[in-house]
Design a protein around this ligand. Sequence first.
Ligand SMILES: [Zn+2]
Ligand SMILES: [Zn+2]
Length: 285
Amino acid sequence: MIQNFTLHTHTAGFDGRHSESEMITRAADMGFDTIGISNHFIVHPDIRRAHFYIPAKSRKYDAIYSASFDEVIPRFIAHYERLERAAENAKINVLRGMEVDFFDTPQWYHGFESALRTLRPDYIICACHFIEFAGGLCNVHDMANAGPDIQKKMLAMYWQKIRTAAASGIFSWMAHIDLPKKVGLGADEYWGDAENKTVSALAKCKIPVEINTGGKRIGVPEPYPSARIMRMIANNNVPVLLSDDAHSCDQIGRDFESAHVLAQKCGIKNFLTLQKILDFSNKTL
Ligand SMILES: [Zn+2]
Ligand SMILES: [Zn+2]
């Protein structure tokens, strides 16, 4: 097995399809030693005013968006309780994770720190699904719909946000760092400089990056990050792990082999063990 653990997964009650116990059983059947569940932890006071909230509500995954920490914490307590019960009967190790959207405000830091004291996750994945632009929250679809000049500004802000999040020292690793690729943005050579600057910053912070194969689910043919960024990761010796970003049982471990081959082709050698990830997470938590 290329990697005997999978830590970036989602379950029902958030935006995944299957329950905690169904995900654990499938991972065990596939031969994994460890599964971690990392549902979305997204808290922003304006989240219900964002464009993307309406389609999320109609497609019934609005539960991932919270306007306050008081809303999200009970949801995670209930989820972690289900996870603990499922883990009791599991044949493999089960870890408590979260995929957290980073917002660089004193209110967010304060709320997040107190949430951590209550929830005590084993690791925290950093995601930047949104940028704050012109007084509102924008996701990658909003970026795709913007005019060329605004789009350029938004993408530059996105890369800056990744660097700020990495430097915060809060996170165990960075998720899908070139997420705007999801909507076809950022592939141009022009963005090589921003990517390079970002990967150097990640190396400086000693924060790992995931190679995320979950894009296939929505038609992205290659993993996050691109081969261009993978070569930068190799040059800077940034540690990596493989993530499936599974939102259902059948997505667990998907494309790990081909992603591993591509990463090696790009020169990546620094693949993390589970122990190293947990050691790193213990330092940040
Ligand atoms: Zn994500
Ligand atoms: Zn995810």
